[in-house]
Design a protein around this ligand. Structure first.
Ligand code: UN1
Length: 536
């Protein structure tokens, strides 16, 4: 179903990603935009359509029509589709992972992991379709029964980022479909090809025409914005967005006008704390991975390393040694620690961050730079002339109130912040407006307990990295990291369903709640009244 086009010079084929609206594929024509590999700007990975407002609205209408049938399909039947999706993802794992590596530059090992995250999600929700529990609740009145049911919300608009181009969409698409919603998905314009492959698997798994629709394009002034306009126009019942705090805030405003609660998974400036008693080897390994893994392009990547002054010299020395030996390069090279930037925008923001840090008074311990042709570091395996690569950056002498410690930056960069003891460490860890993930390295159970209780983050690791949340725990943040909604596991069900309360009265007469009570004043319960009046 997905077309490809041959490229010259032995490059792999270009994928032609269509919009799919009501089951009809619309290949890009004069409205095509290009996605090139960040590891090789000469490799045209995908051509996809820049969708018009009209197409986006049409997709919403198709989703609305399809909802009438899909919402009535029994949940275990919908779950069967999700089960087939799990198997298809498993069968296609290697092909998808290789494509993700090519399209967004993720090291192959990590790309495989990110497909696995979608498989885990599908497997979890396959069986959830046989639960989707409601409750039976005792009534205050006789011969009356109370029940609760989860009901679908309606048309869900999904807008996703390019750094986890299958895993994060699967966190939204799978539970939304399982619970009986229909959807319109606007994937990242950094990963239209991966989105097209995933969408094709949804179709093969048996998601009917119109139940899931895909419209490609950019965010501002493009498909993403049109989809939010559709909220204002009453065409969308729920938005789920993963991306920047600035965009999330705007989406929240629009949804608020319609009295809707969107799911917002936004930025982070995640703290990783190293206390004086920590296992330093372990902490260094975790910190290097949290900072530079995925080239720092996870919303869960660490932004600030908060280290007790007693161990700072030893930690700093080991961290610099490890970071300096990282291998950068071709995402398909199994030896690399990280690959390229996903796009030019992230690279430019990361370049600007150098000046932000220096102007604030931070000291550069590792002066990470874009890797230019002819200046490649040791062990580099990419093509510096064609890819968006950079060496790791490390700032020292950072205080939590500096801009560099406050602002999220997608890229290989981290700040060292020295503190004195647990109290100061927690204050620094809570010292940004964000609250997504967090980590502490310590052997002291009391310090673990206090950190867990006092950190204002949605996710906390004890002796592990800030990254790497598992697919069946609640994922999401506080403060500027989101609006409190959660993805994954049973918790995400609340994002895509509304509770319905039902009462069934079998008494054959009108029983008035709160009024027809079996209380002592009621003449209709003489037994109880006389029993109570008999008490001296
Ligand atoms: C993201 O960067 O948007 O916890 C998601 C993690 C991954 C997901 C990251 N499981 O790092």
């Amino acid at each position: 179903m997905i077309e490809t086009r041959a490229q010259q010079d032995g490059l792999p084929h270009t994928l032609i990603a269509p919009n799919v609206i009501d089951g009809q594929a619309h290949a890009p024509a004069s409205n095509a935009f290009e996605r090139k590999s960040p590891a090789n700007r000469g490799d045209l990975v995908c051509l996809a359509p820049s969708s018009s407002r009209e197409e986006v609205f049409r997709a919403c209408e198709a989703a609305k029509r399809a909802g009438a049938t899909w919402s009535r399909v029994p949940a275990p039947e919908r779950a069967r589709v999700i089960g087939r999706l799990a198997r298809l993802l498993t069968d296609e794992k290697e092909r998808l992972a290789r494509f993700i590596s090519r399209e967004v530059g993720k090291p192959l090992r990590e790309a495989r992991g990110s497909v696995q995250e979608a498989i885990d999600t599908a497997e979890f929700f396959q069986s959830e379709g046989r639960r989707l529990y409601g409750q039976t609740v005792p009534s205050e009145l006789p011969a009356k029964e109370l029940f609760t049911y989860r009901r679908p919300i309606g048309v869900v608009a999904l807008i996703t980022a390019g750094n986890f181009p299958i895993a994060v969409p699967s966190w939204k698409i799978i539970p939304a479909l399982l619970t009986g919603n229909t959807l319109v998905w606007k994937p990242s314009d950094d990963a239209p090809g991966t989105a097209a492959l995933f969408f094709e698997l949804l179709r093969r798994a048996g998601v009917p025409a119109g139940v899931a629709n895909i419209v490609h394009g950019g965010g501002a002034g493009a498909a993403g914005e049109f989809l939010i306009e559709a909220v204002d126009a009453g065409q969308v019942d729920k938005v789920s967005f993963t991306g920047s705090t600035a965009v999330g805030r705007r989406i929240g405003e629009v949804c608020g006008r319609r009295l809707q609660v969107p799911s917002l998974e936004l930025g982070g400036k995640n703290p990783l704390v190293v206390l004086a008693d920590a296992d330093l080897e372990l902490a260094v390994e975790g910190a290097v991975w949290a900072a530079y893994g995925t080239a720092g392009q996870r919303c869960t990547s660490a932004g600030n390393l908060i280290v007790d002054r007693r161990v700072m010299p030893a930690f700093r020395e080991r961290f610099v040694r490890r970071a300096s030996s990282l291998k950068i390069g071709n995402p398909l090279d199994p030896e690399i620690d990280y690959g390229p930037f996903i796009n030019e925008r992230f690279l430019e923001q990361w370049i600007e961050q150098r000046a932000t840090g220096l102007e604030g008074g931070a000291r550069l311990l590792l002066d990470g730079r874009r890797i230019a042709a002819g200046e490649e570091p040791a062990h580099f395996s990419g093509d510096a002339a064609l890819g968006l690569y950079a060496t790791p950056r490390l700032f020292d002498n950072v205080r939590i109130d500096m801009r560099v410690a406050q602002e999220e930056c997608f890229g290989p960069t981290i700040n060292l912040i020295e503190v004195d003891g647990l109290e100061e460490a927690i204050a620094a860890a809570n010292g940004t407006p964000y609250g997504l993930s967090s980590a502490v390295y310590t052997r002291d159970a009391h310090a673990m307990l206090r950190f867990k209780e006092e950190i204002r983050a949605g996710m906390t690791s004890i002796n592990n990295s800030t990254t790497g949340a598992e697919a069946h725990l609640p994922f999401g943040g506080n403060g500027w990291s989101g609006n409190g909604t959660r993805e994954s596991g049973i918790w995400v069900l609340d994002a895509y369903t509304r509770w319905q309360a039902v009462n069934v009265d079998l008494s054959g007469k009108l029983q008035k709640a709160q009024i027809d009570l079996a209380d002592p004043e009621s003449s209709e319960t003489p037994g109880l009244a006389s029993a109570l009046s008999a008490i001296p």
